[in-house]
Design a protein around this ligand. Structure first.
Ligand code: 5AD
Ligand code: SF4
Length: 477
């Protein structure tokens, strides 16, 4: 397996690192911000950059010229936390040369590790949880006056709806738009409900406005983000009652349509769907709009109903397979990807075999695959023993990855000879002579650059592939 394939398949979430820059550098104070983990963290960093820019900070890519260094952290697995700790140790060395520099952590590690990082290990000056970003300017002032700057309060209603994020990626074609925050699901392995708090949806008008604004600035793709987008609801209580009868209600299928109507040239994606909540109404909305991409990320986690029960996922193997059938029936040619965890508490060989057999039935186009990593406070930590030996977890993960690689390759091979509509994202990372972009099904396509420019839609005839990429050339139709 190539390193690229390994990186792709072993999971972006929890292990992605990126530093960012905002071109507007006219102000004097400089912010360096680095994000780890899921897309939601990357999106949050853009909200943070916006709050900070209102307070006179421009972003820099060079940590050495930064007045404030913020690390947006991830707690989803232990190795994600380890990487952040290593990085903080590096910043501590830099701080020895530049004691004025303020170092802070944001995001999911904030609540759990505030005491140890701030007081015991003294790795950071400031800690701000996911709902405390409006307070950052105050917290930075507090550091200046020698106080312990901490705000990890979780909110029931903060959605940062009114904040217009500063876009930190340089591509300018594809943007993340957060539509809801937190999660109420309590999957037993997952730390997110503890780090990000209760689920709340953002005002749909502000979502549509943000998408319109992005389109007018040249963006051609939005990804609507939430831990569980299917439970997006506006003006509806979690019991299904209407809050204010004078106002309209909006569910996720309706929101998708509102965003799709911004322009037929704006591609709409979303993540993450939950198998227990994904409705046919959403699938019909996808089928009715050409610009809602034929791609669903539907984490299965495990293929055996008893494991799913221990995971508190709220569905069975049969339910999941029925949802897959519904996808293929309602949206022909829809790509499906998933997340899989190997070696969850008490997982037997037979249960693991059922994950493999489910993979054979579904033939996922793509998957993120992980070894189970016990997280503090979670239901699994309290109720079950993390008793699958590390070697067994690894062996099972290897089997899962190998199977997925063969299905990813098969899925890509099927596209050879077909013509795909591609949204160009820019010059290919591997060759100056090529450009790359994605199909609606979310496959990366590389093709000779010709006279095309990013943001163009073109038709590409697929000529060859690897398990990660399609290779082709532009054609008229
Ligand atoms: N151990 C391993 N993987 C996990 N995930 C979430 N929590 C854990 C954990 N404790 C995976 C799930 C989820 C994805 C974002 O990360 O597969 O869908
Ligand atoms: Fe975690 Fe489950 Fe919520 Fe996803 S749906 S964030 S896995 S608790």
């Amino acid at each position: 397996m190539s390193t690229e394939e390994k990186e792709i398949l072993e999971g972006r979430q929890g292990e992605v690192l990126e530093s960012v820059q905002n071109a507007d550098a006219t102000t004097s104070k400089k912010l360096y911000i680095e994000s780890y983990g899921c897309q939601m963290n990357f999106s949050d960093s853009e909200v943070v950059a916006s709050i900070m820019s209102e307070n006179g900070f421009s972003t820099t890519r060079d940590v050495d010229e930064a007045d404030v260094v913020l690390i947006n952290t991830c707690s989803i697995r232990d190795n994600a936390e380890k990487r952040v700790r290593n990085r903080l140790t590096e910043f501590k060395k830099k701080k020895a040369d530049n004691p004025e520099m303020v170092v802070g952590i944001l995001g999911c590690m904030a609540e759990r590790l505030k005491k140890s990082l701030l007081e015991q290990e003294k790795l950071v000056d400031l800690v701000a949880g996911p709902d405390a970003y409006r307070d950052l300017p105050n917290l930075i002032d507090e550091v200046g006056t020698g106080q312990k700057a901490v705000n990890v309060l979780l909110s029931r209603d903060e959605t940062y709806a009114d904040i217009s994020p500063v876009r930190l990626d340089k591509g300018g074609i594809s943007a993340f738009v957060t539509i809801m925050r937190g999660c109420d699901n309590m999957c037993s392995f997952c730390v997110v409900p503890f780090t990000r708090g209760r689920e709340r949806s953002r005002d749909p008008e502000t979502i549509v406005q943000e998408c319109q604004d992005l389109f007018s600035k040249g963006y051609r793709e939005v990804t609507l983000l939430g831990q569980n987008v299917d439970s997006f609801r506006w003006n509806i209580t979690n019991k299904g009652e209407i809050k204010n009868k004078e106002l309209p209600t909006v569910n996720f299928a309706q929101l998708l349509i509102m965003v799709a109507k911004v322009s037929p040239d704006l591609r709409v994606r979303f993540s993450t769907s939950h198998p227990k909540d994904m409705t046919d109404e959403v699938l019909h909305a996808m089928a009715s709009f050409e610009n809602i991409c034929n791609y669903i990320h539907l984490p299965v986690q495990a293929g055996h109903s008893a494991v799913l029960k221990r995971m508190n996922r709220g569905y069975t193997r049969e339910w999941y397979l029925e949802r897959i059938e519904a996808i293929h029936k309602i949206i022909p040619d829809c790509a499906v990807s998933t997340d899989i965890i190997s070696g969850f508490c008490a997982e037997t060989d037979e249960e693991h075999e059922d994950t493999l057999s489910l993979m054979d039935i579904v033939a996922f186009d793509f998957a993120y695959m992980f070894k189970y990593s016990e997280r503090p406070k979670t239901l699994a930590e309290r109720k079950f023993e993390d008793d699958v030996p590390e070697a067994v977890k690894s062996k099972r993960l290897t089997e899962i990855i190998e199977k997925q690689l063969s299905y990813s390759l098969a899925s890509n091979k099927e596209r050879i000879g077909k013509t795909e509509k591609v949204l160009i994202e820019g010059i290919s990372k591997r060759s100056e002579e090529h450009m790359s972009g994605r199909t609606g099904r979310n496959s990366m396509v590389v093709f000779p650059k010709g006279n095309f420019k990013k943001g163009d839609y073109i038709n590409v005839k697929i000529l060859d592939c690897t398990s990660a990429t399609l290779l082709g050339e532009a054609v008229e139709h």
